[in-house]
Ligand binder design. Structure first.
Ligand SMILES: NC(=O)c1ccc[n+]([C@@H]2O[C@H](COP(=O)([O-])OP(=O)(O)OC[C@H]3O[C@@H](n4cnc5c(N)ncnc54)[C@H](O)[C@@H]3O)[C@@H](O)[C@H]2O)c1
Length: 437
């Protein structure tokens, strides 16, 4: 990444396209509409709520990120998206039952204007859904062409110069990268030949990159996390980031685990189980989709604890993750963690966490921040993997020769230092010796 000399201001409107207009996407859109009318607060969003310290602690210079950075404002955002069901964003939000009518009623007309474009959908990648609002095409290459046309039309119809995309579609079955994912040419051929390794979310990722649209992957799907997509993104000057929004239980894990590790406390076992009843839960009830989620959820602890470096503390860690579909709960998930830790002389202790969270309420500010930061990244001239956005993901994308950074606090420092560096300000090391000279 090259340090930008200056970043152009966000003078025009910004399009935000979301494949998958379900619970997360509609909670995001509704929240932005409410916030810009002053009817609710965008809590949880760094771009809207956080400040950043510049210079020394004695300088008293801590502007809000939204004042410091040339970000698009909430008033400049124009939303669109695709889904395999024809509901508009209002109907879909009502169906998801995340937001109450006191929040949906005041914006009903505006939200109803966000209509789902037909989805690119081969049903074998999401077994629990029978989409009816889907594109017809002779092969996957043609589906990509149709998605590209949708993007161009969305820009034209709304008078947009810039668009970003955040995948908010369902979790697909577990797909590993194959030969077809290794180069641009192989992938293009695979699209023509309907290669089974190319899933629906990859079609969206490819179409976005081809159209110069930054793409963030909010699911654990293999969507853009392969060499062909990286190469195309570099060629087209497109920033990419993923994967899988870090919301409920994994957010807690990446807050707690760095604390245990910092205190050199051992961990023998970490059992995590969830009940949830939304459409995401229904999709994850299929073992093939759950496998994709499980792989994404299991990675964090291993990287934070470094069992090879600390075998006496974490070498025997037994980590288990369960997701149970339980319809009565809807989006109001409950996540339990039982953590078996040990301390001085090996004496055991237990910690129980019972997090009654709301998945989409935690995910929505992430979608908003990613949209604004990815647009900023593109104006700053960045392309390819945006590792500084790891803060938002369960499985952060990283250069092949690096291990991913999962510790939330390191991720947070990295995010803010990248912003300082991007703006030509000094990064902060927290050394602070000069205060005592
Ligand atoms: N809610 C969270 O906290 C959270 C956290 C991390 C990741 N995620 C991920 O975000 C995604 C969205 O979650 P959600 O709770 O909004 O789920 P949801 O089921 O409410 O919404 C997903 C939508 O995607 C649509 N869809 C599926 N395949 C599609 C395709 N090929 N094209 C267009 N639309 C398609 C579905 O019809 C559905 O409306 C999931 O992949 C989920 O795993 C969510």
């Amino acid at each position: 990444m090259k340090q930008p000399t200056s970043i152009p201001r966000a003078t025009d409107k910004l399009g935000v396209l979301m494949p998958g207009l379900g619970a997360v996407a509609t909670t995001t859109i509704a929240g932005v509409m409410l916030a810009r009318r002053g009817l609710a607060e965008p809590i949880g969003s760094l771009t809207q709520c956080a400040t950043i310290r510049l210079g020394k602690r004695t300088d008293n210079n801590t502007p809000y990120l939204k004042d410091y950075l040339p970000l698009a404002s909430l008033d400049q955002l124009v939303f669109g998206g695709w889904d395999i069901f024809p509901e508009n964003a209002y109907e879909s939000a009502a169906h998801a039952e995340v937001l109450e009518s006191r929040h949906l009623d005041p914006i009903k007309d505006e939200l109803s204007q966000v209509k789902a474009m037909k989805g690119a959908f081969n049903p074998e990648y999401v077994k629990r859904l029978n989409g009816t609002h889907v594109k017809e095409a002779k092969n996957k290459a043609e589906l990509v062409e149709q998605l590209r046309e949708d993007i161009r039309n969305f820009k034209k119809d709304n008078g947009l110069e810039r668009v970003v995309a955040v995948w908010c579609g369902s979790t697909e079955i577990y797909v590993e990268p194959t030969e077809v994912h290794q180069s641009i040419e192989a992938f293009e051929k695979g699209l023509q030949a309907n290669d089974p390794g190319i899933s629906n979310s990859q079609l969206y990722g490819w179409a976005c990159i081809q159209e110069g649209v930054p793409y963030a992957n909010g699911s654990p799907n293999l969507s853009i996390e392969f060499p062909a997509a990286m190469a195309l993104a570099k060629q087209k000057g497109v920033p990419l980031c993923g994967s899988d929004f870090k919301t409920g239980q994994t957010l807690m894990k990446t807050i707690l685990a760095p604390g245990f590790k910092a205190r050199m406390l051992g961990v023998q076992g970490w059992f995590s189980t969830n009940i949830l009843g939304n459409r995401d839960g229904e999709v994850l009830d299929d073992p093939a989709s759950f496998k994709t989620k499980e792989v994404s959820k299991l990675g964090a602890l291993d990287h934070i604890f470094q069992p090879k470096t600390y075998p006496q503390l974490y070498g025997e860690l037994y980590h288990k993750v369960r997701i149970n579909y339980y319809p009565p709960r809807g989006d109001a998930k409950e996540g339990w963690d039982n953590i078996d830790i040990f301390g001085w002389l090996g004496y055991p202790m237990q910690i129980k966490v019972d997090f009654l969270c709301r998945d989409s309420i935690l995910a929505a500010p992430i979608v908003l921040d990613l949209a604004l930061f990815m647009d900023l990244a593109q104006r700053a001239g960045f392309s390819g993997i945006q590792e500084w956005l790891s803060f938002y993901f369960k499985s952060p994308m990283h250069a092949p020769e690096l291990y991913p950074e999962h510790d939330l606090f390191i991720q947070h420092t990295k995010l803010k230092n990248t912003l300082r560096w991007m703006m030509g300000d000094e990064t902060i090391s927290h050394l602070g010796h000069e205060y005592y000279d």
